[in-house]
Design a protein around this ligand. Structure first.
Ligand code: GAR
Length: 200
């Protein structure tokens, strides 16, 4: 019997190191899943290059290509659905996902955030800004969170979370690097958990 492989669309904006970690984990852990699409608001970035090198379809889509936000959102839904996508994984996607896309994939979209949500989340909290805020708050630990995406920024139900220490001489950059290493193990584990949940 052949099991249906869960078809994944990954949304990225940058280096795509989480995308690469997911791609490699699917292969190494032999997860019943495959990445069928890399969607990005940037035509050229590490994630899009990695997708091209690995035979994964890419879709460059931004609001600017459309006359209205609604048209953009509809095109995004269509672009993702066209690939019979089962789930969406946001991996360093630095835009708010349109509500129409969230509504089209209820409980089927995850995001990774580089902090221990609900702390240090919400509008403006992305990338290095998160780590700067953690250091300014004098936290002794931070971490990474994988959560379901709903219409409210960084507020969806938490699926998996892991802590990382903050060291006395940390800068936002050293902290970001330590958290990123954690993310590369956490996101594949969260995907595995989601796949198990969907099969139970
Ligand atoms: C990751 O640290 C991810 O958690 C963060 O952007 C980085 C992307 O790195 N995402 C956010 O801040 C979203 N709010 P990557 O492109 O190398 O995976």
């Amino acid at each position: 019997m052949t099991t249906h492989k869960t078809r994944i669309a990954v949304f990225c904006s940058g280096n795509g190191s989480n995308f690469k970690a997911l791609f490699e984990a699917i292969r190494n852990k032999q997860l019943p899943a495959e990445i069928v699409l890399c969607l990005s608001n940037r035509a050229r970035c590490g994630a899009m290059e990695f997708a091209e090198q690995n035979g994964i379809t890419t879709l460059h889509i931004t609001e600017k290509q459309f006359a209205s936000f609604d048209e953009f959102a509809d095109a995004m839904v269509e672009g993702v659905k066209k690939h019979q996508t089962d789930i969406i994984l946001l991996a360093g996607y630095m835009r708010k996902v349109p509500d129409a896309v969230v509504a089209a994939f209820p409980d089927k979209m995850l995001n990774i955030h580089p902090a221990l949500l609900p702390k240090f989340g919400g509008e403006g909290m992305y990338g290095v800004h998160v780590h700067t805020a953690v250091l300014e708050a004098g936290e002794s630990e931070t971490g990474a969170t994988v959560h379901f995406v709903n219409e409210e920024y960084d507020k969806g139900e938490i699926l998996l979370q892991r802590t990382v220490p903050v060291l006395p001489d940390d800068t936002a950059e050293t902290l970001a690097a330590r958290v990123l290493v954690c993310e590369h193990a956490l996101y594949p584990d969260a995907l595995e958990k989601l796949l198990a949940l969907q099969r139970s």
